[in-house]
Design a protein around this ligand. Structure first.
Ligand code: SAM
Ligand code: GLN
Length: 370
């Protein structure tokens, strides 16, 4: 593209033609060119349209052409403008993190529902212990304080920050965990940008490493037992390794492969997470905190629903599973005659997204009166 004496409109038009010739993954060429112009000139779309017939300066044209060139090479739009809206919140993104997908918003919805459900349960049991309770908001905040959440594979922090920003109880704590320091730095940036850094504990954690190491703020070892989390959330990598080549160029050439690759059958992270969940339950039992309830919320690809259910059953209900113990054994240990009428159970449910596809697997451990 030449940087002659063009008007803003002519420049946008030429850029949109150039994109059309070079990037077949774009849906609306003109709109993207217009948006990139707005970003290059740092003014609103409305202002651009009003000033269509003005000439563009050579400096600004060079900046704009730089963006268009990157877009023509199929770099994702969100990386060029370093921004992606998720759950109506602006997130900083760059090549170190997966661009949050609208599909993942339902995981935030379900997590908030679960936080409220568990909080209400805690409020009810707190009320039944204290004859003359203090004011209700104190109880709510105290109960919510004891709700501890971990977001495994937090990436940009999209899930953790959205929960922190939208949860109506101020005192929840959310561990935003990843094994990528670069991603953790971006999650931190997003927590700060959204004023929720006091609710988010950035945590280095490699789920595939059997020696679980917890670090807070990347340096101090943080002593957190898995069973202390009430809610475990994850949108793990779940693309089958050999399918990565078939993803769009935008995704496969630019987004971090470690954020997408779920191993030979796409399910390696689910196995590991179920295994951890199962040992959290075991630890909880051996520490005699049988009143605990846990919830696991995982984003899934609906095509693997049955496989994921099988892994769940194998982990918790089969006698000859890989995890040395069956859930039936746990249940007989926990379900003594004291709670015979209201036994502890473990269930899996799938929640559908707006297109009618199963998008979230929800595993609950606790009494049946959920
Ligand atoms: N939570 C973000 C979201 O929903 O947009 C990012 C999800 S992305 C699909 C998966 C994330 O898992 C990436 O941030 C990646 O760095 C992280 N991850 C990959 N392998 C991991 C591991 N072994 N331990 C912890 N996190 C891992
Ligand atoms: N939904 C993402 C994609 O299609 C994959 C996300 C993931 O692996 N968790 O690119």
């Amino acid at each position: 593209m030449k940087s002659n004496n063009f008007t803003i409109f002519e420049t946008i038009k030429a850029a949109s033609e150039y994109l059309k010739e070079n990037n077949n993954e774009i849906v609306d060429y003109f709109k993207e060119s217009l948006l990139l112009m707005s970003y290059a000139l740092n003014v609103s779309i409305e202002k651009i349209i009003i000033n269509y017939e003005n000439k563009i300066t050579e400096d600004k044209q060079n900046i704009f052409n730089g963006y268009i060139k990157r877009r023509a090479e199929k770099e994702p739009f969100a990386y060029i403008i370093n921004n992606k809206e998720f759950y109506s919140i602006d997130f900083f993104v760059d090549k170190n993190v997966l661009i949050p997908r609208p599909d993942t918003e339902i995981l935030v919805d379900e997590s908030l529902k679960e936080i409220y459900r568990l909080t209400n349960k805690k409020i009810n049991s707190a009320n039944s212990y204290s004859r003359q309770s203090c004011n209700e908001s104190d109880i709510k905040n105290n109960a919510a304080k004891s709700i501890s959440i971990i977001d495994i594979g937090t990436g940009s922090g999209a899930i953790a920050v959205s929960i922190a920003k939208n949860c109506k109880y101020p005192n929840i704590e959310i561990f935003a965990a990843d094994n990528s320091y670069n991603a953790l730095n971006i999650a931190k940036k997003n927590a700060v940008l959204n004023n929720v850094e006091n609710k988010i504990k950035l945590t280095y954690f490699n789920i595939l490493n059997p020696n679980i190491c917890w670090y807070n703020e990347f340096s101090k070892k943080y002593n957190a037992d898995f069973y202390n989390f009430d809610i475990i959330i994850s949108n793990p990598p779940y693309i089958i390794s050999s399918d990565i080549n078939f993803l769009s160029d935008e995704v496969k050439n630019y987004e971090p492969c470690e954020a997408l690759d779920g191993g030979i059958d796409g399910l390696k992270f689910y196995r590991k997470i179920f295994e951890l969940f199962s040992s959290a339950i075991k630890d909880s039992i051996s520490s005699n905190s049988t009143a605990n309830e846990f919830c696991l919320l995982l984003e899934i690809d609906s095509r693997y629903k049955e496989e994921i259910k099988k892994i769940f059953e194998l982990t918790f209900y089969s006698k000859d599973n890989n995890y040395n113990n069956s859930f039936e054994d746990y249940k007989s240990k926990i379900n003594t005659k004291d709670n015979k009428n209201n036994p502890i159970n473990i269930t899996i449910n799938f929640i559908k997204d707006l297109s009618g596809k199963e998008r979230v697997a929800k595993i609950n451990y606790g009494k049946n009166d959920n």
